[in-house]
Design a protein around this ligand. Sequence first.
Ligand SMILES: Cc1cc2nc3c(=O)[nH]c(=O)nc-3n(C[C@H](O)[C@H](O)[C@H](O)COP(=O)(O)O)c2cc1C
Length: 162
Amino acid sequence: MGLPVSERVARRKKILVLYHSQSGTMARLAHCFAQGAAREEEVAVSLKQAREAGLDDLLGCDAIAVGSPEYFGTMAGMIKDFFDRTFEAARDKTVGLPFVLFVCAGNDGRGALAQMERLAAGYKWRKVQEHARVVGPPTAQDCAAMEELGQTLAAGLAFGIF
Ligand SMILES: Cc1cc2nc3c(=O)[nH]c(=O)nc-3n(C[C@H](O)[C@H](O)[C@H](O)COP(=O)(O)O)c2cc1C
């Protein structure tokens, strides 16, 4: 017999899925990621736009997934704004936080990924999965891959692998 529901809920680990989207592409991918993660019942998933997220969201999570479109060769300004707002207060408190990145782009996306990798290194987060890059309009396969990425992160957390 498993634990009582109240205990299971109290012990649930949390994934923060943080994203920005101007015209909907990343919103769609982030929802796919969150949907995949939510298949793991032992893990709670919080899907938030970067502009609506703050320090408490970051300090309250056990893993973070960050989704950004590439704009002008780098991450979206609202994603950087989130990091700007939280860095000083969170830098010593999130060392080792498991993270994964996903990017969408018109034709590249590598600049955004590289810059976000640098930011994550500043926080000393721990890369636990290969990051994802979707170029052009997402296909059904891209969405399925995002769901799988989310589910894998959640399963790793639930089983204590990450
Ligand atoms: C202002 C702006 C700048 C962009 N710069 C790039 C870029 O540097 N490299 C690239 O591959 N795509 C670029 N794109 C395309 C977007 O990354 C792509 O359309 C993405 O899917 C948009 O995501 P969203 O719908 O979630 O906003 C740019 C789009 C905009 C609006």
